[in-house]
Design a protein around this ligand. Structure first.
Ligand code: SF4
Ligand code: MG
Length: 340
């Protein structure tokens, strides 16, 4: 399949007396039209990663390594790290846009919805006539299930769910190739969240954009993603097709996450969080970052850092960073009874 974004070995640090290594060597590929879910507990670096790939990091955070390449439909490649501020602004709306959890609060309170869409078009489509701008705004509002006459409304006249839909419509205004959504519906109630996600899914099928969807809600991600990257302590520890992952994760951390939320089918399961907490990312970590919490830790885990290895499983690419999956380190299988 066609790749639209390729991130390689991304590193982000928060400067301080002892820098915090928030993202430690993350690589991924986003395919055209897919939903890539990024899962992990809060503090695992998933939002920081999103800010890094959109080049929105602010001090004290800074990218200390890596490359990000965007591929457009005719195969031309853009190095995101080489863009100047002006090109980056254009790129952000027309190629890649973002919806953040608090985005609905970022709408300008003293400006009508129509005017705020107008500002986007004036900045990026200066050739557009005013009546064309209004027509397009009305169409975008309807597209996300909002009455077109809301073009005259002010943000405070809309519910939280409607404001978040407005933000999604804005993100789609210039028909970007990629939309990054970081906890886009977490602040909303479950029913509204469901409506909005269904809407996004419909729009994605219609318009063909790719989505990077970030949330701590693994159940939600399994449902809406094509593929999933599971992050722990600033690294991707498992990278897998979503459907297959639900049936059997390779990494003990993912297995723990899967056990800690209720079954999608409604079957009641014991809710079991993963005991312990992630390591201090100011420390120089040696070995597996999950070792302190892992019930399978064995000899190489505290001395050798596991690398992401392709597992060759069905539905792949599917990779995991765990010595259990590495033939070089695999512990001897427990003795079993000889076959009868
Ligand atoms: Fe557990 Fe070792 Fe695998 Fe880390 S590498 S997840 S400690 S078994
Ligand atoms: Mg976050």
């Amino acid at each position: 399949e066609e790749t639209v974004l390729r991130a390689r070995d991304i590193h982000v640090e928060y400067d301080g007396e002892r820098p915090t290594r928030a993202v430690r060597g993350v690589s991924f590929e986003l395919r055209r039209g897919e939903v890539l879910g990024i899962a992990g507990e809060s503090g695992c670096g998933k939002s920081t990663l999103a800010y890094a790939i959109t080049r929105m990091l602010k001090a004290p955070a800074r990218m200390t390594g890596g490359s990000i390449a965007f591929h457009d439909r005719d195969g031309a490649e853009t190095d995101l790290l080489a863009l100047d501020d002006e090109s980056l602004r254009t790129f952000r709306w027309s190629r890649l846009s973002m919806v953040f959890q608090s985005a609905m609060n970022a709408l300008n309170p003293v400006t009508s919805i129509g005017r705020q869409f107008g500002d986007i078009f004036r900045a990026h489509r200066p050739e557009m006539e005013p009546d064309e701008r209004e027509k397009r705004t009305r169409a975008l509002l309807e597209m996300v299930g909002i009455d077109a006459d809301r073009v005259r409304s002010y943000p405070h006249e809309l519910s939280g769910g409607m404001r978040q839909r407005v933000v999604i419509a804005m993100a789609l205004a210039l028909e970007p190739d990629i939309v990054i959504m970081d906890e886009p519906t977490t602040a909303l109630d479950v029913v509204v969240q469901r409506e909005i996600l269904d809407e996004v899914e419909r729009l994605r099928e219609e318009l063909g954009f790719s989505v990077i969807f970030i949330t701590h809600d693994l159940g939600l991600l399994l449902e809406i993603s094509d593929r999933l990257a599971v992050m722990y302590a600033g690294e991707v520890v498992e990278y897998a097709p979503a459907e297959e992952l639900a049936a059997g994760a390779a990494h003990p951390y993912t297995q723990g996450l899967l056990r800690s939320f209720p079954d999608l089918t409604g079957v009641r399961r014991e809710l079991r969080g993963i005991p312990g907490s992630p390591p201090d990312l100011r420390e120089n970590l040696v070995g597996c970052a999950f070792a302190d919490r892992c019930e399978h830790a064995f000899e190489p885990c505290r001395s050798t850092t596991p690398r992401l290895l392709e597992l060759g499983r069905e539905g792949g690419p599917w990779s995991a960073a765990c010595h259990l999956n590495d033939p070089a380190h695999r512990p001897p299988a427990p003795a079993t009874d000889p076959a009868p």
